[in-house]
Design a protein around this ligand. Structure first.
Ligand code: ATP
Length: 514
């Protein structure tokens, strides 16, 4: 299936099965804002629980907070967001469409990478087991030409980003002959900076109101509470503070469904360390975070690290974890070494001392920070994209299923009476009731059993339990497994154990620690 088709199918599947709806849909929607439906909210809550527990249960020294979205406006001056939280944008004069200049160039670089990868793939198929990729890369003319072109553009691009050189960004677009995907022309405006923060007024009258921002990241709520948590929690360095919450960005290029939203949710953890220890902790968290993603079992090869071309003003090292979305490898999490930038800035702007006394060293210092920052919505999309499957069955029927990790699935089991009569419905309801306090369970008696299985496959329910006449006589049921569609006859008494073995969040958490 072409990737574009796959992505379209995923979007309509999310809507049809109650995962994600466009916001304000009856008013024709609101750009890049989405609502989560009955199944989406369950999956989202499970993702958040998985992350929260992996931070606060697995680490004695990570504590949580829940800071307000509104914060003192000077915070955003101190953090650099008022002056530097910008995207470079460029318009095509013919289509009037607006683009991020950096994204246009990145797409161009990715297209060259794809060309090279295709040449290698073709050659590998032609030469079979004797194929030597390194040799091919260094001798094939087309590959060498494309690689050189890529390296040259990449070097210019990285330099332009680091220098904030907008003219050079435009020149790269011109020199590489990048065309607008809509009009097909190369008629570009100048590149301009655009601040991504939303602002609003706080206060009741014009005179005493002041401009406040909707936070563009949750991190600052952690930095300004550093001393509160450290002192009241008697925390010793190294320690971390974790937070889950909404963030807002006025994204210019707001496409790609829930990948790039204007209102989204972040899960961030700031880990405070001794100055000089930061690279060790950076490497540690880099590994832990990749483990966290891989533990979900969507396929290790779907993830990769990507080092930043441009370091943010606060960082001395930064890497993204990317996931292979239907539209290519894209960032879902960033791990940043933020130095002592934020705490020092808040000390400067607030005039309050923000330091830590290290009893082992017998000295005060401003801690350094390693940050792990991940978007709930992007993880959500990675799970849906990575688990969506279409299968043709033996009887030539087909099914669409979501192989969501059972621990995160919105519904854990469906209880289905084979027929509505002969007391089967009543018995099925009793069985569903047995699990009320343990698992999210759906009772369904409408339509044929085949159709009911399909409905559960489509929302990723790992188990279906069918109650038939035999159940009444010997207290057994059939349990059907989502991925294999195999069915086993088992005692009702054993159900709890079978299901919890698969859906217990501990399964994932243990893998994070491996
Ligand atoms: P991008 O380069 O894609 O704009 P970013 O580098 O600005 O992302 P960060 O500031 O590092 O992103 O934010 C941390 C995480 O927050 C990202 O890895 C992503 O998962 C999530 N995130 C950021 N912006 C958005 C958005 N507009 N919609 C959904 N999630 C987002």
């Amino acid at each position: 299936m072409a990737n574009e088709d796959l992505f379209k199918k995923i979007i309509s599947h999310c809507k049809e099965y109650g995962f994600v709806f466009p916001s304000s849909e009856i008013y024709d929607g609101l750009g890049a804002v989405y609502d989560y439906g009955q199944n989406g909210v369950e999956l989202k809550n499970n993702i958040k629980r998985y992350w929260w527990d992996s931070m606060t249960l697995l680490n004695d020294n990570v504590a949580g907070v829940d800071a307000a979205i509104f914060m003192h406006p000077t915070i955003w001056k101190a953090s650099g967001h008022v002056d530097a939280f910008n995207d470079p944008l460029v318009d095509n004069k013919d289509s009037k469409k607006r683009y991020r200049a950096d994204v246009l160039i990145e797409d161009y670089l990715n297209a060259l990478d794809d060309k090279i990868a295709k040449e290698i793939e073709k050659a590998a198929a032609r030469y079979g087991s004797g194929f030597d990729e390194n040799m091919f890369r260094s001798t094939n003319e087309r590959v060498i030409e494309n690689q050189n072109k890529r390296n040259a553009v990449h070097a210019r691009f990285a330099e332009a980003l680091n220098d904030g050189n907008l003219e050079e960004l435009r020149q790269i677009i011109v020199d590489t002959e990048i065309a607008c995907p809509v009009s097909g022309t190369r008629n570009w405006t100048e590149v301009r900076q655009f601040n991504l923060m939303f602002s609003t007024e706080m206060g009741s009258t014009m005179d005493d109101s002041w401009k406040v921002y909707l936070r563009p990241e949750t991190a600052q709520g952690i930095f300004v509470n550093f001393l509160n948590v450290q002192k009241t929690g008697r925390m010793k360095i190294p320690f971390g503070i974790a937070q889950i919450g909404k963030a807002f960005r006025n994204e210019i290029v707001a496409r790609q469904f829930i990948f790039r939203m204007r209102e989204f949710e972040q899960m961030e953890m700031q880990y405070f360390v001794r100055p000089g220890d930061e690279m060790r902790w950076y490497d540690t968290w880099k590994k832990i975070r990749l483990n966290w993603h891989r533990a979900m079992g969507l396929g290790d090869s779907k993830y990769r690290y990507h080092d930043h071309d441009k370091l943010a003003h606060y960082a001395n090292a930064a890497v993204d974890i990317e996931f292979e979305m239907p539209f290519g490898f894209k960032e879902i999490e960033g791990i940043h070494s933020r130095t002592d930038f934020d705490l020092s800035q808040h000390e400067k702007y607030s005039g309050k001392k923000i330091q830590y006394f290290d009893p082992e060293l017998g000295q005060h210092y401003t801690p350094y920070v390693i940050e792990t920052s991940i978007g709930v919505d992007r993880v959500f999309l990675s799970i849906i994209a990575g688990s969506y499957a279409e299968e043709t069955l033996e009887n030539n029927e087909s099914r669409v299923l979501l192989r969501i990790p059972p621990e995160l699935a919105p519904v854990k089991l469906a209880v289905l009476p084979l027929v509505k009569k002969d007391g089967l419905s009543e018995r099925a309801r009793e069985i569903a009731d047995m699990f009320r306090f343990d698992f999210r369970c759906i009772y369904d008696e409408k339509d044929s059993i085949g159709k009911r299985y399909r409905r559960q496959d489509a929302i990723g329910t790992p188990f279906c339990i069918t109650i038939d006449h035999e159940t009444l006589s010997n207290s057994t049921v059939t349990i059907r497994h989502r991925d294999t569609m195999t069915q086993d006859r088992v005692a009702i008494d054993s159900l709890h154990e079978i299901i919890s073995a698969k859906v217990d969040m501990k399964n994932l958490l243990k893998k994070v620690m491996e």
